[in-house]
Design a protein around this ligand. Structure first.
Ligand SMILES: Cc1cc2nc3c(=O)[nH]c(=O)nc-3n(C[C@H](O)[C@H](O)[C@H](O)COP(=O)(O)O)c2cc1C
Length: 257
């Protein structure tokens, strides 16, 4: 089960882009690695691995330098990008919980001397992390630059679940999610992109949906229920607004049912 202490961090986390370049103490790094090993995947049969890099091993066009980077390598099976977002967001929240800084890096790649494939798995994305050189938390939800609730949802009666989705981080803060309601459960859909934006953000915004889903999952648990997922669009009659496409249907049930 995902550590529920992390739930509070949904409401105060932020991207940290300035770091103390001193490497973290070995015991702190070991603790982060142990947490990463305990992260819960969204989809059980997708193989993945984490690897760790330091600043010299990363190529990044933007000037974000951190002492550490965690990279996710994965099998490229259906929904692997959502799975990647769901997994690494647990680590983003854990780092925030430990008052360490982190930032998703969609444009950074391992440098030439580091393989883009490992044990048959492809590099997907990385998070920068380390001791922060700027505040690591936001004070209140108003400090988040996000769309309004009515822009991302037409659901009533699930305010806490929608709010957890609303505050999720996304590539270029694009917030490509929409939460709708059907008799069969909540639907999380993703904004359709034109060819140009699709080339730039098509992969990233599937990762974004995985991040939002992790937040939704944690909010469901926090309110004493558990989420069950269906990735098949046939199970989502209606409920998807124009310009969006189905990603996942979420039903909730009592925890020990
Ligand atoms: C998949 C993904 C890729 C991202 N890539 C970058 C990046 O390459 N560089 C960067 O500075 N921020 C990156 N971000 C961070 C977003 O810009 C940030 O999450 C968003 O603006 C919201 O701000 P917040 O995280 O402080 O709440 C990325 C975020 C996500 C989820």
């Amino acid at each position: 089960m995902i550590n529920q202490q992390l739930y509070q961090n949904i409401y105060k986390r932020k991207s940290v882009r300035r770091y103390d370049m001193t490497p973290l103490h070995e015991s702190v790094l070991m603790d982060v690695k142990a947490f990463a090993e305990s992260a819960v995947p969204l989809i059980d049969d997708i193989k993945y691995e984490f690897t760790y890099l330091s600043a010299g091993d990363v190529k990044n066009l933007l000037p974000i330098k951190a002492p550490h980077y965690i990279c996710l390598y994965s099998e490229a099976k259906p929904n692997y990008l959502m799975n990647a977002g769901y997994l690494l967001q647990q680590i983003d929240l854990y780092l925030s919980h430990k008052a360490l800084g982190s930032c998703w890096l969609g444009v950074a790649k391992p440098s030439k001397q580091v393989a883009l494939q490992q044990n048959g798995l492809d590099f997907v994305i990385m998070l920068a992390f380390g001791a922060p050189n700027e505040p690591v938390h936001r004070e209140k939800p108003d400090d988040f630059r996000r769309k309004m609730t009515h822009e991302i949802s037409n659901v009533s009666g699930h305010d806490a679940l929608v709010e957890a989705v609303r505050l999720a981080p996304s590539a270029s803060n694009s917030q490509p999610w929409f939460v709708s309601e059907t008799p069969e459960g909540l639907i999380l859909s993703r904004e359709k992109l034109n060819i140009l934006r699709g080339a730039l953000y098509g992969k990233m915004n599937q990762i974004d949906i995985g991040i939002a889903l992790l937040h939704l999952d944690m909010a469901v648990r926090h309110h004493g229920r558990q989420a069950i997922y269906s990735f098949s669009p046939q199970n989502a009659p209606g409920g998807i607004p124009l310009g969006y496409e189905f990603m996942v249907r979420v039903e909730t049930k009592a925890i020990d049912e």
